[in-house]
Unconditional design. Structure first.
Length: 161
């Protein structure tokens, strides 16, 4: 009787571990799919005649898809260059819009807050092994996906401002 109980306990423990691993693997793939959100930025930028912005978001989408399927030092570097290009060009567009138009203060402030949130999640998380750099890949992937969404929304604000 006791041996049967031990076997059942071992089976349930193995099943729980497998279930956790399965959930974690599906969450990691979420980054690949969340990269597709940048297609909305490509379309919006193109629609508003920001062709360079659209091109840069196309590059970011491609590099993001690549890095989330084949993560290594080279793909990671290329993805970082794409991110930096988007941040630089987005800042340039935002600055020009604020200087040349009678824009509301709320939208640039919202963009700035979203930008600071991205910096916080990424840099503070990197320094403290939290958020996007959590030791558990499942948690890190969820925060990284949130980073994709926040940055996309921030750039939509810039495009439609």
């Amino acid at each position: 009787m006791r041996k049967n109980e031990e076997k059942i306990n071992k089976k349930t423990k193995k099943q729980k571990k497998q279930k956790k691993k399965t959930n974690c693997l599906t969450n990691i793939n979420v980054l690949f799919f969340s990269s597709f959100i940048f297609i909305t930025n490509i379309i919006s930028a193109y629609y508003k005649n920001y062709y360079m912005y659209s091109f840069l978001f196309t590059c970011l989408t491609i590099t993001s898809l690549i890095v989330h399927t084949n993560d290594n030092i080279y793909t990671n570097f290329i993805d970082k260059v794409s991110v930096l290009s988007i941040v630089t060009y987005g800042s340039f567009v935002l600055f020009n819009k604020c200087m040349n138009e009678d824009s509301y203060v709320i939208i640039p402030a919202g963009v700035f807050i979203l930008f600071l949130l991205c910096i916080y999640l990424y840099i503070y998380g990197y320094c403290n092994k939290m958020y996007c750099f959590h030791r558990k890949k499942c948690i890190a992937s969820k925060y990284h996906m949130l980073l994709h969404i926040i940055s996309s929304v921030g750039h939509h604000f810039i495009i439609f401002m």
